[in-house]
Design a protein around this ligand. Structure first.
Ligand code: FEO
Ligand code: CA
Ligand code: CA
Ligand code: CA
Length: 562
């Protein structure tokens, strides 16, 4: 049977085994090397930036950001431009060791703020693979203080107004940029995930407005300590500032002077990524996950239609936001979130508190929706449900697409919209894979679905991207202890799945401690760019602190790689 499966495989490589070391591994006949690490200069003026000491705050927006995540490559007038997220900082890496990762002053906070966000950079083939084009006019850092426009139904609402912006239409910064997306018209979408962690209060007794609980905003924050040195992040002084993050932001990668736009039509939650599709009639559909235990999957359908070269005005704001409901019989529906369906006073409030609206309409609680990917060769989409270690209560109950009580491993749900139309309100669904450990749990749901074997097992699928051949690349962000429930899984990894056969094979293993996240291809598809986030050890330099980096993978024979 194995020989038969091998003969049919569309994978042109010999799958690799697990790794537990501090290196990157790819199959025989492929080579991986670093493209850029956090702290590497995007501009000559930042040459010599000292990563060991963290470098000066004044230069932290001239270098490649920390903790690389979602990315997309854009071809524009003969240039190749990568837009890529820097999700968060590792304060113990990014601030001098003497401070043990605790910001001491406004300068430290500024450094952290500028090492996160988004990098736009030109890349080009060099003598030995791709290189970043230093000082390219496309190069740009967008961070926690970059001016943004707020667009869509929530723009200008009272809940969006602050003392510094009484119009509620102009905010500063995009933060916790996790996954990505690209619009049909060639712009980049960056998705604000765990934004709540940046806010806190210098007055522990300050009132906590509506929605703070559901979005996890508390007085202490997550250790960035911005609120102690930058009043914008102190909710005792600026209680509406948290409403201005948790959105999807559109960036024009071809114009370094353009102002990014926060599209409130896409709803406010802990956004993983934004996967765009077009309905047959040209309406724009954006699928989105909200990565928290017991939260939901969403989609937006525009009112207007897209035509190449036509106006894109309102296509990410004027429309309807839906949350997904999965039935036990393999069908499901998208439930519209409107003032009528949620009982909320206005569409602006529905969007600002999308989570609360989705609970009201009875959407299905999910095991942490991470990336969604739309198949370019079939009318279907996939979402990684990464894991759920705290079943019950607000973390969601067992239900059909989240069938295991204790879900250490995660699963990937797939849906096919009815009428072959991504704008349809109904769909059929199944599970493409249930990750598991067939060695530890033979003949048991925790052993995973049939396409999981001792040779390809993994846990916690997270990043996901289709290539041009319709193969599904899956990246993991899970437990890499290689012990007990996770024995035989090794370091986090990237696998490739064939949606037609269910076959899954391991292509890459990351250095211990990392997650693998972010994937795009060069214009000629002969180079694959892969993100390595929060590595351990001293990867990739071999000494000193570890450095998050983008690597490039090529075939030694120069053939296509996606
Ligand atoms: Fe930033 Fe849900 O991963
Ligand atoms: Ca992720
Ligand atoms: Ca992560
Ligand atoms: Ca994750």
């Amino acid at each position: 049977a194995e020989g038969h499966a091998m003969a049919k495989s569309r994978f042109p490589f010999k799958p690799i085994g697990i790794a537990t070391d501090h290196e990157v591994h790819v199959p025989e006949g492929y080579t991986a090397k670093v493209l850029i690490r956090w702290g590497d200069p995007l501009f000559s003026e930042a040459d010599g930036y000292d990563v060991a000491e963290g470098g000066p705050a004044a230069m932290s927006d001239k270098v490649f950001g920390e903790n690389t995540d979602g990315m997309e490559l854009f071809s524009y007038q003969g240039h190749e431009i990568i837009a890529v997220n820097s999700e968060y900082t590792n304060n113990d890496v990014n601030l001098p060791a003497a401070q043990e990762g605790v910001p001491a002053n406004a300068d430290d906070v500024l450094k952290l703020q500028q090492l996160q966000g988004v990098t736009v950079m030109e890349v080009a083939p060099g003598a030995d693979g791709y290189e970043v084009v230093k000082d390219s006019p496309f190069n740009r850092r967008i961070h926690h203080n970059t001016p943004m426009t707020i667009a869509g139904p929530a723009a200008g609402h009272d809940l969006m107004k602050t003392e510094a912006d009484p119009t509620g239409t102009a905010s500063l910064g995009t933060m916790n940029n996790c996954g990505s997306g690209r619009t049909p018209w060639g712009t980049y979408l960056t998705c604000e995930e765990n934004f709540n962690g940046y806010f806190g209060s210098t007055d522990a007794d300050a009132p906590r407005p509506e929605g703070y609980d559901r979005y996890g905003i508390g007085a202490d924050g997550w250790g960035y300590d911005y609120h102690k040195h930058d009043a914008r992040f102190d909710y005792s002084k600026n209680p509406n500032e948290p409403h201005r993050v948790g959105w999807v932001v559109e960036i024009d990668p071809t114009d370094a002077s353009s102002t990014p736009v926060k599209h409130t039509g896409l709803g406010r939650f802990k956004h993983e990524n934004a996967a765009c599709a077009l309905a047959p009639d040209g309406r724009v559909v954006v699928y989105m996950g909200d990565d928290e235990r017991g939260e939901f999957m969403y989609k937006f359908v525009s009112n207007g239609t897209y035509a190449p070269g036509g106006s894109t005005e309102g296509l990410l704001d004027d429309g309807t936001l839906f949350a997904a409901s999965f039935n036990d019989d393999g069908t499901g529906e998208w439930l519209p979130l409107t003032p009528e369906s949620t009982g909320m006073a206005s569409l602006a409030e529905v969007l600002i508190f999308a989570r609360i609206g989705a609970t009201t309409v009875g959407a299905t609680t999910m095991d942490r929706p991470e990336w969604i990917a739309v198949n370019p060769h079939a009318i279907e989409a996939y979402c990684c449900l990464t894991n759920n270690s705290k079943r019950g209560g607000s973390a969601g109950e067992v239900n059909a697409p989240n069938p295991r009580e204790s879900n250490n491993y995660g699963q990937i749900v797939r849906w096919r919209p009815h009428d072959d139309d991504h704008a349809s309100n109904t769909f059929d669904w199944d599970l493409y894979v249930m990750a598991g450990n067939p060695d530890v749990y033979p003949n048991n749901p925790y052993g995973g679905s049939e396409n999981v074997t001792a040779g390809n097992m993994f846990n916690s699928p997270d990043g996901m991207m289709f290539d041009s051949n319709g193969l599904l690349w899956i990246q993991t962000d899970g437990d890499d202890s290689n012990e007990e429930d996770f024995a035989g899984m090794g370091n986090n990894q990237m696998l490739v799945g064939d949606p037609m056969t269910g076959e899954i094979a391991r292509f890459l293993t990351g250095p211990k401690g990392c997650e693998v996240t972010g994937l795009c291809w060069s214009a000629d598809r002969r180079t694959m760019f892969v993100g390595i986030q929060h590595p351990g050890g001293s990867w990739p330099d071999g000494s000193g602190l570890p450095r998050s980096a983008i690597i490039q993978v090529t075939r030694d024979d120069g053939a296509l790689i996606g």
